[in-house]
Design a protein around this ligand. Structure first.
Ligand SMILES: Cc1cc2nc3c(=O)[nH]c(=O)nc-3n(C[C@H](O)[C@H](O)[C@H](O)COP(=O)(O)OP(=O)(O)OC[C@H]3O[C@@H](n4cnc5c(N)ncnc54)[C@H](O)[C@@H]3O)c2cc1C
Length: 399
């Protein structure tokens, strides 16, 4: 067993680390100020001209399309390379995502027809078009099978009516992957259909923004008699759920990698503060409580990172069923970061909760992370269901 990263990935990690420190860290105070000034509006925390500059810089550095297959204009370096890049970039709080947003790419790759390939998949994989997933509804979140948005096939067109809630990035995207109920009797047994929905389609409205605790902007969409051609169906009619599961697996792995990046940064900040801050004549580094916060955080981050890299390695080996790994990553890594963010605040005292440092930002953001992509309780339930079905403990190294 060889735990070393290949030389090219070590170089990639180093390059992204440098980029993060040189280009993203200096932007953090501005992100904090813009987020605070936003109130309930949806003004972005990253200034659009700065985002444009970062897009250009990262393209020059060859950071786009890391895991995208070469046939779609990407670099095909695989999932492990992607999580390394995501982890290193998310040592900073600057909300900047490298194009394309890979989880939707996987969904599109699995389901697009030839015509959809040209119109959606290719421009998406090269970063020209952006997309979002529109699944959640006011009455259906964790229980996605309870969605009510209807798609009815009438006179050769699909007619769609319903409301979608908490949809991230809505005004910034070019199209949505929209999940609907096409058969109200079959429902999850062959009654859910996905569509490619262009943002400017008549009948679709982004009605309001709903800001959340941690710099995550979400939107409510209303669909009123939206008429779509059958060529807009993504995948098979009635079978939206299987490719969705695969999309979620990749998304959860990337979210877990983000958690590792933030945790790494917080531990660094704790170490620095413990060494420089003196109380009652001694540095904090000499207090056992502080030492334990740092050692517990170190152990938890190490375990989390091994889980993330292992899952990415499995994806690169061609494993398709990542349900157990995705559930474990989602719960463990988000809860790991929650604990570390709390300790980092405590080590820094008043400074920790102030807007002079990025710590309280991460503390709030991770609260969103424990809800998005399925709350912890759902993943614990799914994991237990799989393990009980297997009838034996999970052991990644047993054949
Ligand atoms: C910032 C943000 C961004 C989002 N972006 C998107 C997006 O882009 N696209 C999209 O489609 N959706 C998006 N969502 C929606 C997100 O996926 C849902 O919020 C999430 O799945 C939880 O659903 P819910 O909010 O309806 O909570 P509910 O389903 O009402 O659950 C509430 C709580 O009940 C508990 N619970 C529920 N069921 C069980 C159970 N079986 N066992 C034990 N406990 C249970 C859990 O603790 C859960 O937190 C986003 C949400 C947020 C907050």
């Amino acid at each position: 067993m060889d735990f070393r990263l290949p030389d090219e990935f070590v170089a990639l990690k180093k390059m992204v680390r440098k980029f993060t420190e040189n280009e993203l860290f200096p932007l953090e105070q501005d992100v904090i100020n813009r987020e605070s000034a936003r109130g309930t509006t949806d003004a972005p925390s990253l200034a659009p001209e700065v985002e444009k500059h970062l897009m250009k810089r990262t393209e020059e550095l060859g950071l786009w399309g890391i895991e995208v297959p070469e046939e779609f204009g990407g670099q095909e370096l695989g999932a492990l390379a992607k999580v390394i890049v995501v982890e290193e970039m998310n040592r900073s709080i600057v909300q900047f995502t490298l194009p394309p947003d890979a989880p939707n790419l996987n969904y599109l790759k699995e389901c697009c027809t030839k015509e959809q390939y040209e119109k959606y998949l290719l421009p998406y994989s090269t970063g020209e078009k952006r997309s979002a997933l529109a699944m959640t509804e006011p009455n259906a979140g964790s229980d996605a099978a309870a969605i009510e948005t209807r798609s009815d096939f009438i006179d050769g067109k699909w007619v769609i009516n319903g409301t979608k809630a908490f949809i991230s990035f809505a005004p910034k995207v070019d199209f949505f992957i929209l999940i609907t109920v096409s058969d109200r009797v079959k429902r999850k047994k062959g009654g859910f259909t996905a569509f490619l929905l262009d943002k400017d389609t008549p009948g679709l409205q982004i009605v309001r923004n709903v800001n959340t605790i941690g710099d995550m902007l979400t939107y409510e969409l209303v669909l009123e008699d939206v008429k779509l051609d059958p060529s807009q169906v993504l995948g098979e009619v009635g079978n939206a759920f299987i490719p969705l599961q695969n999309r979620f697996g990749v998304r959860r792995m990337e979210l877990a990698a983000r958690c590792c990046g933030y945790a790494d940064r917080l531990i660094q900040l704790m170490i620095e503060q413990a060494n420089i801050r003196t109380t009652f004549g001694k540095p904090l580094a000499e207090r056992q409580a502080v030492q334990w916060w740092i050692s517990n955080s170190t152990m938890e981050l190490h375990a989390a990172r091994l889980m993330v890299y292992h899952a990415a390695w499995k994806v690169d080996q061609g494993h398709k069923d990542m349900r157990k790994e995705a559930a474990m990553l989602k719960v463990y890594c988000t809860e790991m970061l929650s604990k570390i963010a709390d300790r980092a605040i405590q080590v820094h005292g008043g400074l920790g909760v102030s807007k002079e440092m990025p710590i309280e930002y991460i503390y709030r953001l991770v609260r969103d992370f424990r809800i998005i992509e399925g709350p912890s309780e759902i993943h614990r339930w799914l994991l237990a269901r799989e393990i009980l079905k297997d009838g034996k403990p999970y052991d990644a190294f047993r054949q």
